[in-house]
Design a protein around this ligand. Structure first.
Ligand code: NDP
Length: 483
């Protein structure tokens, strides 16, 4: 038993994480994979890592110091359950099983409960940053018990990305908290990507600039308040020329966006928690719309507006238009993050996790896909007010929204007028206006609900719950509170 940490599952994520672990002072890494070939390949190709290979779960357990600590990096779902069952058989109370795959947080809650009964610790851990992040330093979102954090904390701290001198890892909260936060991270990522895509589309159709010219716009934006990994790689993608056709790569890629399901999880969870993550939802739906090829085909001839962007629309002042889009993007991004953090707050309340929202924003500053300058502003907002109920009401964001809102409204109005879909831009603006409204037409909805279902309503001028006798004399009576 010479290894202090083990990795099970040596596909791209697991092998890179194992190499990252092995490269840190003091770590000896045991490795195991269901099919032997991957283990052999990893050990042969990376002699410098000093891996301790195991070819059975028994051998794997025997190679680990106590408390045994193993990170599982296999396909999420049944494969994870199968590996956990095997590890539980060979591990002992006090040992730690970490699932670093993309598990649904409710699965993690279930697994943690089951594994805890054996005395073994189970930690659901969100890992972001793809293969590159796993190798060079990911953003790590571990859940699990305080006891397991004692052993795991220093190891994870040693391999995490570093942003502004701080490691991008924090003990997020118990059981499923880490995977929950990772899920919301991915939802925000969907929103961020969709917003960038809408910005690109509007610029291209409104100014006629080429993808390479738009790459310059994004590169320029990346030097300002929008500085982020996603803006940076957008410029790279837009600049890429296809070797076969010599066309911009973006013009030969099929315009149907794929998804692995974490965006949908974020939205489904938000729906059950009653949290309006409309930007994330629109981004997720926009991907589904794009991939419905047949529906798009039969809809192609639908009438558009008179100055249809598909035929004859251009803006008069391209530079001014681009600046307005930048502002609209920034404002919508503030909304997306505010909604994401709202979901984390609601999740924490529902599942009884103590999640430090400021710490979450800090661990996303490095290693992960949504890393951005902007996260420092979020951290500051939560530093000033830990229990901030709506992130976008922090003074810095209010000022930014104030600065952006005229442009934001104009961009949304323009997109509607010329028929360019901008679902994330427009839903973010609608959310913002909904939040700040003095009165919402929800009052009318309450009236309708009371009319057809006697669902009752509350009044603004007195306590109690009321019902109008709609099918009687339409007088109002005090009613039982049925919510
Ligand atoms: P895959 O998701 O493709 O999973 C392949 C690995 O799972 C192989 O090691 C495979 O073993 C193992 N496996 C599959 N079924 C079983 C089983 N029944 N029992 C034991 N092992 C099994 O690998 P990735 O490296 O892409 O991802 C690993 C995890 O990390 C996933 O949960 C993924 O969602 C998550 N993740 C991935 C990211 C990415 O960018 N790819 C980013 C963050 C997280 P075998 O070789 O024997 O087939």
């Amino acid at each position: 038993n010479s290894a202090n940490i083990g990795v099970v599952g040596l596909a791209v994520m697991g092998s890179n994480l194992a190499r990252n672990l092995a490269s840190r002072e003091g770590n000896t890494v045991a490795v195991y994979n269901r099919s032997r070939a991957k283990t052999d390949e990893l050990v042969t190709e990376h002699p410098e890592a000093g891996f301790v290979p195991a070819f059975s779960y028994e051998e794997f357990a025997a190679s680990l110091q106590k408390p045994r600590t193993a990170v599982i990096m296999v396909k999420a779902g049944r494969a994870t359950d199968a590996v956990i069952e095997s590890l539980v058989e060979v591990f002992e109370p006090g040992d730690i099983i970490v699932d670093g795959g993309n598990a649904l947080f409710t699965d993690t809650i279930r697994r943690e409960k089951a594994v805890r009964e054996t005395g073994i610790n189970f930690v659901g851990m969100g890992v972001s940053g793809g293969e590159e992040g796993a190798l060079r330093g990911p953003s790590i979102m571990p859940g699990g018990s305080d006891e397991s954090w004692v052993t795991l904390g220093p190891i994870l701290t040693s391999i995490a990305a570093v942003a502004e001198g701080e490691p991008c890892v924090t003990h997020v909260g118990h059981n499923g908290a880490g995977h929950f936060v990772k899920m919301v991270h991915n939802g925000i990522e969907y929103a961020d990507m969709q917003l960038i895509a809408e910005a690109y589309d509007l610029i291209r159709r409104g100014t006629g600039k080429t993808p390479a010219q738009i790459a310059d716009v994004f590169a320029e934006w990346n030097r300002g308040e929008l500085e982020s990994y996603l803006i940076e790689i957008t410029a790279e993608v837009l600049r890429q020329v296809d070797a076969d056709t010599q066309k911009p790569l973006v013009d030969v890629i099929l315009d149907q966006a794929g998804a692995k399901g974490t965006g949908a999880w974020t939205v489904q969870t938000a729906l059950s928690l009653g949290v309006p993550v409309s930007g994330i939802a629109e981004a997720t739906f926009a991907r589904s719309l794009s991939s419905h090829a047949e529906q798009r085909e039969v809809s192609r001839g639908l009438p558009g507006p008179a100055d249809d962007a598909q035929s004859n629309w251009t803006v008069e002042d391209p530079e001014a238009f681009i600046e307005k889009i930048r502002l609209a993007l920034y404002a919508s991004k503030i909304v997306a993050y505010s909604q994401g953090f709202d979901e984390i707050r609601a999740g924490a309340a529902e599942y009884d996790w103590k999640i430090d929202l400021g710490a979450v924003s800090k661990i996303w500053r490095g290693g992960c896909i949504i890393r951005a300058q902007f996260l420092n502003r979020i951290a500051e907002a939560y530093d000033t007010e830990t229990e901030l109920p709506v992130l976008l009401t922090a003074p810095y964001f209010v000022e930014a929204l104030q600065r952006a809102q005229a442009a934001w409204r104009e961009v949304v109005a323009t997109s509607a007028r010329v028929g360019i879909p901008a679902p994330a831009f427009s839903s973010s603006l609608a959310y913002y206006d909904g939040l700040r409204a003095d009165r919402l037409p929800a009052a009318l909805i309450q009236g309708q609900r009371d009319f057809f279902g006697a669902h009752t309503y509350k009044r603004i001028d007195k306590d109690g719950t009321f019902h109008t006798l709609w099918s009687g004399d339409r007088s109002e009576i005090e009613a039982e509170d049925t919510h």
